[in-house]
Design a protein around this ligand. Structure first.
Ligand SMILES: Nc1nc2c(ncn2[C@@H]2O[C@H](COP(=O)(O)OP(=O)(O)OP(=O)(O)O)[C@@H](O)[C@H]2O)c(=O)[nH]1
Ligand SMILES: [Mg+2]
Length: 404
């Protein structure tokens, strides 16, 4: 399953966002450093379901279908707020970094309203600096990469001199546990103009610049500008976009999403995460506080930004940054069923460029072992094992080892 880590300064609203994505109940408070332990939960990304196109009613198994949208599970982990010095093992630094290491991508949350001061305390909106908060956390992440490279310097140096090796495969070998691949190293070397220099001769500054670039390539990150319902958030959001032109920045209100998801779970409203509307179902059952909370969300969030942004941020990471496609697997390509007769039961997320072989291996090793070909449910054509999957493909995998 795709793994995302939620990082950022204390009080930025990470746990609120996490709760709204997973409907779990991690502790939220105005105290600094409320979250002390990483907590994982299941969230979803959303894509238009293919059942409409095929004109069938589906029976999802590994996912959910609501109002024509397919919700596909991913894992998100809420993390303690990062403090300066985390890369040097300060505070909860090591725990934080080990989760970040295992994540495929990061959601970096800042309080866009600037209502967190530089020590992490909640204060008046407009007093804090979200860009400085962003930079502090990013610096810690880059320092952590620098530290890893430095402590592995002799190993990388030795590996890079072995016949047929070179720096890219040496760095990959040492840092693959945190998601570093050869192509990331090559890109970072190119960016920092270190192409013709031996690893041993890199200066401290060069190593740092390389670490910064390697962190960007190997750990895709989406910036979440949270608390957009508060004053000053709009101005700060603009500033963040101007200062960080290469970065995807999504405006959100985690608190609005949490209120809506909880009201939906109680049957008070109809709300499909990601949609640009919600409807009150039982106005008579709402108390005054709930009424005014929903009116506030309608005015400050939907009125200004059309949506809470929470579902949009998850979709953006998985489909845009990590470039995944959603591929449906069935057993019977005509009836679109699995071996139990369930229609369009399973959909899988696979990185762009994956093949039939990758899909088979993702589903089950037995399926991959005796893999013969796949059948495209739309055309009935046989596809070879090296066929490159497209988003929303519906395929039946034919294998001598196992057929499902
Ligand atoms: N107005 C508004 N307040 C929010 C929003 N998201 C979170 N908050 C508030 O911000 C405060 C901090 O939220 P948390 O979710 O605990 O923040 P955190 O980033 O997990 O904090 P740590 O665990 O200390 O790192 C709480 O009072 C939340 O209610 C939002 O979208 N809008
Ligand atoms: Mg928290």
């Amino acid at each position: 399953m795709i793994k995302l880590g939620i990082v950022g300064k204390t009080n930025a609203g990470k746990t609120t966002l996490f709760n709204s994505m997973t409907l779990l109940s991690g502790e939220v408070s105005t105290r600094a450093f409320t979250t002390v332990r990483a907590e994982a939960g299941v969230a979803s990304v959303v894509t238009p379901c293919v059942h409409k196109e095929f004109g069938v009613k589906d029976n999802p198994v590994n996912s959910k279908c609501e109002d024509g949208w397919r919700f596909i599970p991913i894992e998100v982990t809420d993390l303690p707020g990062l403090i300066k010095g985390a890369a040097a093992g300060k505070g909860l630094g090591n725990q934080f970094l080990s989760v970040a290491a295992q994540s495929d991508a990061l959601l970096h949350v800042v309080d866009a309203s600037g209502s967190v001061d530089k020590d992490g305390k909640i204060s008046e909106p407009g007093t804090g600096d979200p860009f400085a908060d962003y930079s502090d956390t990013e610096l810690e992440l880059a320092l952590w990469y620098t530290r890893l490279l430095r402590s592995n310097q002799p190993k990388i140096s030795k590996l890079s001199k072995m016949p047929g090796h070179g720096i890219p495969s040496a760095v990959e070998e040492v840092l693959q546990g945190i998601g570093v691949r050869k192509e990331h190293v090559i890109a970072a070397i190119d960016d920092t103009m270190l192409k013709d220099k031996e690893f041993d001769s890199w200066s401290d500054k060069e190593l740092q610049a390389f670490a910064w670039s390697l962190r960007e390539y190997s750990k895709p990150t989406l910036l979440i500008a949270n608390k957009m319902d508060l004053p000053y958030a709009a101005e700060n959001f603009q500033r963040l976009r101007e200062k960080l032109p290469g970065l995807a920045v999504i405006p959100t209100s985690g608190e609005a999403e949490l209120t809506l998801r909880r009201a939906e779970a109680k049957g008070l409203i109809k709300y499909v995460p990601g949609e640009e509307r919600f409807d009150i179902l039982r106005p008579q059952d709402l108390n005054e506080a709930q009424k005014s909370a929903l009116a506030y969300i309608r005015r400050k969030v939907f009125g200004e930004y059309l949506r809470t942004g929470v579902q949009h941020s998850l979709n953006s990471v998985v489909f845009r940054l990590l470039k995944n496609d959603a591929v449906y697997a069935v057993s019977d390509p005509q009836k679109l069923t699995d071996s139990h007769g369930r229609v369009l039961p399973d959909v899988y997320l696979l990185p762009n460029g994956s093949t039939v072989e990758d899909l088979a291996a993702h589903i089950h090793t037995d399926l991959a072992k005796g893999l013969l070909y796949a059948v495209d449910a739309r055309t009935g054509l046989h596809l070879p094992t090296n066929y490159v999957l497209r988003d929303r493909d519906v395929l039946s995998i034919v294998s001598a080892g196992h057929k499902d």
